[in-house]
Design a protein around this ligand. Structure first.
Ligand SMILES: Cc1cc2nc3c(=O)[nH]c(=O)nc-3n(C[C@H](O)[C@H](O)[C@H](O)COP(=O)(O)O)c2cc1C
Length: 188
């Protein structure tokens, strides 16, 4: 028999992504924050969320006051940068300068895209609510950008090139091999 060990309730859900969320306000330089509490909420229209602690997050006010953010999906080779952006605050350092990442203008929001991240989602906040430790910023996706060299010959995102990775517990882990694709269980 398989024996289960029961533990206290926690956010023991993995893998989750780690993304670099950019934000800005007129009076301050754009900032980058690492976020693992993020995901999809609706398909049509496309709606996503991020969970952000109000305390100790320079990005909190930028996103609350601007009502906008960009989700930048990193590639596995950028995991160390992602860790860095999640361990220092934009209130003390300019993370674009420190990391050498390049801000490029977005098409619909004032927050910049990160040029080096293969995928960027421009987001406009539609609802904010507090769940306790974190505030949830639910947002419409206004545009999605892909770095050209990350697309396959059909123009679809090529996961072997993008090399997304997962956050499992407190570890960054590769998602190396393809197991199948949607509906493969039904095909012979
Ligand atoms: C892997 C990782 C995931 C994180 N996920 C979140 C998150 O989902 N929500 C959050 O509020 N902070 C999260 N953090 C912490 C912030 O990224 C961190 O406090 C950051 O320094 C805040 O930057 P800022 O002050 O420039 O906004 C995470 C940090 C790491 C390293």
């Amino acid at each position: 028999m398989i024996k289960k060990i029961t533990k206290e309730p926690s956010t023991a859900l993995f893998p989750v992504p780690t993304v670099l969320v950019t934000s800005c306000l007129e009076e301050s330089s754009p900032n980058i924050v690492t976020i693992a509490w993020t995901g999809i909420m609706n398909s049509v229209p496309p709606v996503v969320y991020i969970g952000l602690r109000p305390e100790g997050r320079h990005s909190y006010r930028l996103i609350k006051d601007s009502g906008e953010y960009v989700i930048n999906i990193p590639t596995a080779g950028q995991a160390k940068l992602v860790d860095y952006c999640g361990t220092v605050s934009g209130s003390k350092v300019n993370k674009f300068k420190e990391t050498g990442l390049t801000p490029v203008p977005a098409s619909h929001v004032k927050a910049p895209l990160i040029a080096e991240c293969p995928v960027n989602l421009e987001c406009k906040v539609r609802q904010v609510f507090s769940l306790g430790s974190h505030d949830v910023f639910i947002a419409d996706v206004l545009a999605v950008h892909y770095n050209e060299d990350m697309l396959d010959e059909k123009g679809h995102p090529d996961m072997d090139k993008i090399k997304p990775y997962g956050y499992c517990g407190n570890e960054y882990r590769l998602m190396a091999d393809k197991l199948g694709s949607f509906g493969y269980s039904k095909k012979g």
